[in-house]
Design a protein around this ligand. Structure first.
Ligand SMILES: [Mg+2]
Length: 338
């Protein structure tokens, strides 16, 4: 029965892979079609009549949300993260400048472009608005066509900026996080685990005999191998706040917040098996006939101010142990007083 299943799997593997690829393309297309939505614009103005005018000017090309005070607008922006905000300057209690500085201080809203819409239209007012961080400045009475055109321009710029921001944190070859993202996540998770006094696990992962792999199969095959290994491990890390990053060359780092030594061992073993299960042939490896990884794992409860070097060094030592004792294995330990 077992032999029959293996044979069946081998025969259908190719057709299955093609079908799976097609299905995933169709699913992606459907998801995009379903999530494609109108740009969401939040208009903040203390005079309801002005909001009506803006609504009429925007027509049905946008999804309009409205707020009649700075405070309500900020709460709304935090909740719905609009694509762009139209902000009145003269408002009681909190004026446009105050609202803008609050929006700029919040990580959720700091990158949303804000266009000031105001009756004040002297060059000095315009300068003040732009210096405060507004993306643009439109005078009342508004011209609907100009308003729509300016909005479109800033939406395009915002989309491009978002794409660039995303690319800055991604490793170009493997698509997993890069060093910059790792540094940022390490700092955040260190602080969060220190506050909660919960264990933080860091793993260093190295592909066994990768240089020989490149020598035998060529660098293009080497790149394909790195991509496949990264994808397999990324699929295996599970929780959304766990992070896999390419550390450089054939080295990866995994970050597991709220994960103790026992959890870390299980996770590392899971990652090791996921790579082995790819069954990428490696004729020149002394470890196995397929590509494998060695993993060094270090777990600590952060006690002091951010200094991740001891944890990184500890994981690196464990990786060295794993390699010295035969590779394709996990070595792990706990670091006291992290
Ligand atoms: Mg006003």
């Amino acid at each position: 029965m077992h032999g029959f299943r293996n044979c069946f799997q081998a025969c259908t593997r190719f057709q299955f892979d093609v079908a799976r690829e097609r299905c995933s393309q169709i699913i992606t297309w459907l998801e995009n079609a379903m999530t494609e939505r109108l740009p969401r614009i939040l208009a903040i103005d203390d005079v309801p009549a002005n909001l009506l005018t803006l609504g009429a000017a925007l027509g049905d090309c946008f999804e309009l949300q409205i707020a009649t005070s700075g405070a309500i607008g900020i709460a709304q922006a935090l909740q719905s993260t609009p694509d762009l905000i139209l902000l009145d300057v003269m408002m009681p209690e909190m004026d446009g400048y105050q609202a803008l500085s609050t929006l700029r201080a919040e990580p959720t809203t700091r990158d949303i472009p804000v266009i000031f819409v105001t009756a004040q239209n002297s060059p000095a007012d315009e300068m003040r608005a732009l210096e405060a961080g507004a993306a643009d400045f439109i005078s009342k009475p508004i011209n609907p066509a100009v308003l729509r055109a300016r909005i479109q321009t800033h939406l395009t710029l915002k989309r491009q900026a978002d794409q660039l921001r995303a690319m800055v944190f991604v490793d170009g070859l493997t698509g997993v996080a890069n060093r910059r993202q790792l540094d940022e996540s390490l700092l955040n998770e260190w602080r969060a685990c220190r506050r909660a006094q919960s264990p933080l696990t860091l793993m260093m992962i190295d592909i066994d005999h990768f240089k020989q792999f490149n020598d035998t199969y060529g660098h293009l095959a080497g790149d394909a191998c790195l991509k496949a290994v990264a994808a397999a491990m990324n699929a295996g890390i599970g929780r959304s706040h766990d992070l896999l990053a390419r550390f450089g060359g054939e080295e990866f780092v995994c970050l597991f917040p709220a994960t103790d030594l026992i959890g870390a061992r299980a996770k590392a073993e899971q990652l090791r098996l996921a790579v082995q299960a790819l069954a990428i042939p490696h004729a020149d490896s002394s470890v196995a006939p397929v590509v494998t990884v060695s993993i060094g794992s270090a777990t600590t409860i952060p006690m002091a101010e951010y200094n991740v070097d001891p944890l990184l060094n500890c994981a690196d030592d464990q990786l060295y142990q794993a390699k010295r004792s035969g590779r394709n294995r996990v070595c792990s330990t706990e670091l006291q007083n992290g």
